[in-house]
Design a protein around this ligand. Structure first.
Ligand SMILES: *Cc1c(COP(=O)(O)O)cnc(C)c1O
Length: 469
């Protein structure tokens, strides 16, 4: 398997190369040269396997000789063994009939779905860097959950130095402390006076600065890194196999995904390209509804980022959408480049009827304000006893809206964070305060370490150079 850039200027890269590079040199995102296909028999053979074994099989075609199959299966087993549920990603029925399901993706060390990919990516980095005798400087921006998941995945690994930018005062206390209370010497937290898009834009600018990038061997853990998408494909297969088994055989399923940067739901798209029978992919948005509007109008148009109860989705630029756009435009890198250039310059672009119809044939979108999100938390708690965090509630509300309007059962809503990451919102909505699991019980008493930085690229560059001098 080789990789190409969504902007057409890079091709023939190996998995190791795209893992370490993150972003392509032409500013594009890496995608597989072609999608590997699983037959119906291959998919049926996944039923009854452990999460780690499904993950190893689903990802194997993407590794392209980076690693021996048995070594990789050992790595996935090691990765998921400490998750705090025996199923790793357990499924719950949310109704009697089995039309609506919830997949819990918050059983990793930092309680958000990002652990499912990053715990593996940290190990892959270490493996490839040791093989090459190299070190890597991870630079990432976080709207809350990526940072802690990346830090937890990379802490104390001697091949990695980690710099995470978060928007100061815009992540929850629990989210911040999960980053700043990690005492490892290779971890650096930067609290930036700005919003998430400012942080993400500065990270992108550092990657586009070739001198800086080469000097410090920069690597990305944001969901622009292909390896993260790859690792997330696994749970779509796991979910479909389990729901299929519960309903007496393999059956097409739909997924509803609370969406920000479009990484998670793009993994669902990848699963479908690989042959998994997926009816619909339903985008759940909060008030930052750029994707919802795009599906309605065919116009991608940024507006101001508004803070909501689901901060990890407070985003106006869904970076991973470029990967889908590449496929929708017939894998024409020049067309993608033109649209992305226009988007960077004007904050908007528009697609033609044909790609828009192709998008609408698979994706639908729903958006919910904070009041609706809280109402959903309350409703699900009262109906099923399950406590949802605000992100997961947006996903569940989107799942129900889609079932009602479009059908498409069975529908699986992805629960992307543990309710205890957002205790205030959950308590306000459901009337009970979710507690942190035992390994994080003393989080609010631990000592924090971070540095304040202005919203200024040169200041960030100088800070990183200073630490690495
Ligand atoms: C990151 C995150 C999202 C958004 O996922 P994308 O892959 O960026 O679309 C949703 N919910 C939670 C809890 C998250 O941490």
């Amino acid at each position: 398997m080789k990789y190409i850039s969504s902007r057409g200027e890079a091709s023939g890269l190996s998995f190791d190369d795209v893992l370490l590079a993150g972003l392509a040199r032409d500013g594009g995102l890496f995608v597989p040269q072609s999608w590997p296909r699983f037959s119906k028999d291959d998919i049926r053979a996944l039923e009854g396997l452990s999460y780690a074994d499904v993950a190893a099989r689903v990802m194997a075609p993407y590794l392209g000789g980076c690693m021996d199959g048995d070594d990789f299966a050992a790595m996935t087993a090691e990765t998921y063994k400490d998750f705090d549920h025996p199923d790793v990603a357990p499924l719950k029925k949310l109704d009697e009939k089995g039309d609506l399901w919830l997949m819990e993706l918050f059983h990793g060390p930092t309680l958000a779905f990002k652990d499912y990919a990053l715990q593996l990516v940290g190990r892959l980095f270490d493996h490839v860097l040791k093989k090459r005798g190299q070190r890597l400087t991870i630079v990432g921006a976080t709207s809350g959950d990526t940072g802690s998941a990346a830090i937890e995945a990379c802490r104390d690994r001697d091949s990695l130095e980690v710099f995470i930018l978060h928007p100061k005062g815009r992540v929850s206390d629990v989210q911040r402390r999960q980053m700043t209370c990690v005492a490892s010497a290779n971890i650096h937290n930067l609290a930036v006076e700005g919003n998430f898009d400012d942080c993400q834009n500065m990270v992108k600018a550092l990657f586009n600065d070739e001198v800086f990038r080469d000097r410090y061997n920069l690597g990305a853990v944001n969901s622009i890194n292909w390896a993260r998408i790859m690792a997330q494909i696994a749970y779509y297969f796991v979910a479909a196999a389990k729901v299929g088994a519960a309903r007496g055989g393999v059956t097409p399923v739909s997924f509803a995904v609370p969406t920000g940067n479009f990484g998670n739901i793009f993994a669902g798209y990848a699963a479908r390209e690989m042959g998994l029978e997926i009816n619909r992919l339903v985008i759940g948005s909060n008030r930052n509804d750029i994707l919802y509007r795009f599906i309605q109008t065919g116009k991608m148009e940024t507006s101001a980022v508004r803070p909501t109860l689901s901060p990890s989705m407070d985003i106006q630029i869904s970076s991973n959408f470029e990967r889908l756009l590449f496929d929708l435009l017939g894998r024409d890198g020049a067309k993608v480049t033109a649209l992305m250039k226009q988007f960077a310059e004007t904050g908007r672009f528009e697609v033609e009827k044909e790609p828009l119809n192709a998008l609408r044939a698979l994706f639908t979108g729903y958006r919910f304000g904070d009041q609706e999100t809280k109402a959903e938390i309350k409703a699900v708690y009262e109906e099923t006893g399950a406590l949802l965090d605000p992100h997961s509630a947006v996903g569940a509300a989107a799942a129900k809206a889609a079932l009602k309007k479009e059908g498409g059962a069975p529908m699986i809503a992805l629960a992307t964070a543990h309710p205890a990451k957002f205790p205030d919102a959950v308590e306000e909505a459901a009337g009970i305060r979710p507690g942190l699991p035992p390994h994080l019980a003393d989080l609010l008493e631990r000592e924090e370490r971070f540095d304040d930085l202005p919203n200024d690229l040169d200041a960030i560059r100088g800070y990183i150079s200073g630490k690495l001098a």
